[in-house]
Design a binder for this molecule. Structure first.
Ligand code: FNR
Length: 365
């Protein structure tokens, strides 16, 4: 269907399932083991409902906001996801262009299939991007990468920590792709592979399984922009991130691709809201995983998130309709956020407050 006929983010997934190559679909849609966490990520949003406030003059307003000092037209960003070229020949460049046109923030994957310089050149003047890193077993390689990233001046650096060990990505592993990414340096290239592997298996090999809290000062030594730890999954670790002096945490379980039965990020967010609301004043809390509608976004913001990340829907939209698809997917979400927040009684992001969302059933504060 033409891009205008797409009305929900789900439409891109449904269409993607039909038209993406077997390799792209298996890699993008794939999740760990029996996929409990993958399913729970979206299903968990069904447990939180809105408490719309009335008679609040919602005729004017906007969805602009900022997180970690980065301005954005809308309270969501594009989560870093590898290998956009599996879905479309222009790959991540489509995402950089779409984000630039719409005033949104793209987090660039360490395993992007376009070169970092290429994407940085595609930016409009002043367009902020976040760069995501994995640490390499070979720390000299990581050091060189961090120095390069620091020179390119991203708006923030995201350090992904929720894949300390490679999991079984079931769909992807079953597919045994004949064309698989080969990693030279840290930028994967698509090439025919001698021994067919899952894509995740092919690109993940360089990551260090011995990450520790000492790695945060190692990154800080080279990086002057804000650091976001991506893949935080407990309130205890949010506290340790505050102590380590990073500016942000992204509550995430890697879209259910790493530890099956890891809890849904929205539940962790609610836990922080109930047990430790002081944390929201100490560090910017972001969340991703299973967010598919504007209502999901508004729920997360009400519970305390500064912004949320979107992963797979962007890859699907890029795969089905290229840059136009990415723009359309972002506009759909943007419009849904705007509709939902106004109907819940908020005209700007700062008016989306905790009393506007709670677990299903009567709210007891
Ligand atoms: C990812 N994700 C990811 N995260 C990261 O830090 N670096 C990466 O290279 C990737 N690569 C990647 C590839 C694919 C195909 C997917 C689906 C995901 C995780 C991503 O940033 C994000 O946390 C999840 O995708 C969020 O969940 P949803 O929105 O996909 O449900």
């Amino acid at each position: 269907p033409p891009v205008d006929a797409m009305l929900l983010l789900q439409d891109f997934e449904d269409w993607g399932a039909k038209v993406l190559s077997g390799t792209a679909w298996a890699y993008y849609r794939s999740a760990a083991d029996s996929e409990h966490t993958f399913n729970e990520n979206s299903n968990s949003y069904e447990r939180y409902w809105l408490r719309p406030r009335i008679l609040r003059k919602v005729g004017s307003g906007d969805t602009k906001t900022s997180f970690l000092g980065i301005d954005t037209e809308s309270p969501f960003f594009i989560s870093p996801a590898a290998m956009a070229k599996l879905g479309h020949p222009l790959g991540e460049v489509n995402i950089t262009r779409a984000a630039g046109r719409l005033g949104l923030v793209q987090a660039i994957s360490a395993n992007a299939s376009c070169g970092l310089d290429e994407m940085m050149e595609e930016r409009l003047p002043g367009q902020p991007v976040i760069y995501q890193i994995y640490l390499n077993k070979n720390r000299q390689a990581s050091e060189a990468l961090l120095k390069k990233v620091e020179k390119l001046k991203p708006a923030a650096v995201m350090f992904t920590v929720d894949v300390p060990w490679q999991s079984k990505r079931t769909l992807d592993a079953r597919a045994k792709h004949v064309v698989a990414p080969v990693v030279e340096d840290t930028e994967p290239q698509l090439k025919p592979s001698k021994s067919p592997l899952g894509v995740s298996e092919a690109i993940g090999g360089y990551q260090d399984p011995n990450l520790s809290w000492d790695d945060i000062p190692f990154i800080r030594k080279h990086i002057s922009v804000p650091i976001i730890v991506k893949g935080v999954q407990t309130v205890e670790d949010v506290d340790l991130c505050v102590k380590a002096g990073v500016e942000g945490v992204l509550l995430s379980n890697h879209g259910g691709r790493s530890c099956d039965y890891a809890a849904a990020p929205i539940d962790i967010l609610y836990e922080i809201r109930c047990l430790r609301p002081d944390i929201f004043d100490k560090i910017d809390v972001l969340v991703d995983g299973g967010i598919r509608t504007g209502a999901d976004v508004v729920k997360a913001l009400a519970l305390g998130a500064k912004a949320v990340g979107i992963g797979r829907p962007i890859l699907y939209a890029n795969g089905t309709h290229g840059q136009e698809g990415v723009e359309r997917a972002c506009q759909i979400l943007q419009e849904e956020i705007n509709n939902t927040m106004r109907n819940a009684g908020a005209t700007k992001i700062s008016e989306i407050v905790p009393e506007m969302c709670g677990p299903a059933g009567p709210w007891v504060g």
